[in-house]
Design a protein around this ligand. Structure first.
Ligand code: AP5
Ligand code: MG
Length: 223
C-alpha cells in the first residue's frame, strides 16, 4: 500500500504526565482525527505478547525508550493504513524519530500539521503520574487520577465499567527514569520544531478544561 497522500500528521509534545493523552482524547473527537499514541500501541503489543511487545515490556517498565527503528516502523505501518488526519501523542520523541517522520511524510506526499507542546513544570508531573489510573480495556483507555479525577466508583471505569489499573511505569522510580530520558532527548526535538510556523506551546499547568480550550483554539486555526 502506498499511503493516502492527503493525510496530515499533527503532533502533541510534552513530558511524561503533561496531559497529552487526556487532551488527545478530546481533540480527536472535536477535530475527527485518529489518535496515534505510541505508548498505547506499544502497551497493546505488550499485552498481546507480540514479538515487539516481548522486547518492549521490560524497557517500558524501566522507563527507558524503545529503539527508534522499532517505533518508526510501527508508526509508518499505521500511517500507511490511515484514511483520516492523525494526532500523534508521544511521538516523535527523539530527533532521529522527528527526522525519520519528516522523510516518511515527504516521501508519501503527506503533510505535517500542528506541532503543539503541552508545557508543564517538572515539579507537578510526578504526582500526576503516580496517582494516575487507566482503564484496563484498551479500546476505552480512559484516564483518571486518584485525587484530581477520581472515578465515580473506586477502581472502576466510569465509561465502560472495566477495572482500572496502575501502569507498570507509573512508579516514582520509573518516573525518574522517564524524566531522565525526556531531558536527554527533548531539547534537540524542540529545536527541530520550534521555529516552524505551525509550532505552538500551551500552558499545561492549568485545569484540563482550560488547557483544552487553548488546544482547541490552536487546532482550530488550521481548519
Ligand atoms: P507514553 O505512554 O507515551 O508515556 P509518556 O510520554 O511518559 O506520557 P504519559 O502517558 O505518562 O502522560 P500523558 O502526557 O499522556 O498524561 P495523561 O494525559 O495520561 O510512553 C510510555 C513508554 O512507552 C515510554 O516510556 C517508552 O518506553 C515507550 N514509548 C512510547 N512512545 C515512544 C517513542 N516515541 N519512542 C520510544 N519509546 C516510546 O495525564 C497524566 C495524569 O495527569 C492523569 O492522571 C491525568 O488525569 C492527570 N492530568 C492530565 N491533565 C491534567 C491537568 N491539566 N491538571 C491536573 N492533572 C492532569
Ligand atoms: Mg499518555
Amino acid at each position: 500500500m502506498s499511503g493516502n497522500a492527503n493525510i496530515v500528521a499533527n503532533i502533541l509534545l510534552g513530558a511524561p504526565g503533561s496531559g497529552k493523552g487526556t487532551q488527545a482524547k478530546r481533540l480527536v473527537e472535536t477535530f475527527s482525527l485518529t489518535h496515534l499514541s505510541t505508548g498505547d500501541i506499544l502497551r497493546d503489543a505488550v499485552s498481546k505478547g507480540t514479538e515487539i511487545g516481548l522486547r518492549a515490556k521490560a524497557i517500558m517498565a524501566e522507563g527507558k525508550l524503545v529503539d527508534d527503528d522499532t517505533v518508526n516502523g510501527l508508526v509508518f505501518a499505521r500511517l500507511l493504513d490511515e484514511t483520516s488526519d492523525v494526532l500523534f501523542d508521544g511521538y516523535p520523541r527523539t530527533l532521529q524519530q522527528a527526522q525519520a517522520l519528516e522523510d516518511f511524510l515527504s516521501s508519501k506526499g503527506m503533510a505535517l500539521g500542528s506541532v503543539v507542546l503541552v508545557d508543564v513544570p517538572q515539579e507537578v508531573l510526578e504526582a500526576r503520574v503516580v496517582g494516575r489510573r487507566v482503564c484496563s480495556n484498551n479500546a476505552c483507555g480512559a484516564i483518571y487520577h486518584l485525587e484530581s479525577k477520581p472515578p465515580k466508583q473506586a477502581g472502576v471505569c466510569d465509561l465502560c465499567g472495566s477495572p482500572l489499573k496502575h501502569r507498570s511505569d507509573d512508579t516514582a522510580e520509573a518516573f525518574q527514569s522517564r524524566m531522565g530520558e525526556f531531558h536527554s532527548t527533548f531539547q534537540p526535538l524542540l529545536g527541530f520544531y520550534k521555529h516552524r510556523p505551525n509550532f505552538r506551546s500551551v500552558d499545561g499547568n492549568r485545569a484540563p478544561e482550560l488547557v483544552f480550550e487553548s488546544l482547541r483554539h490552536v487546532f482550530g486555526e488550521r481548519a
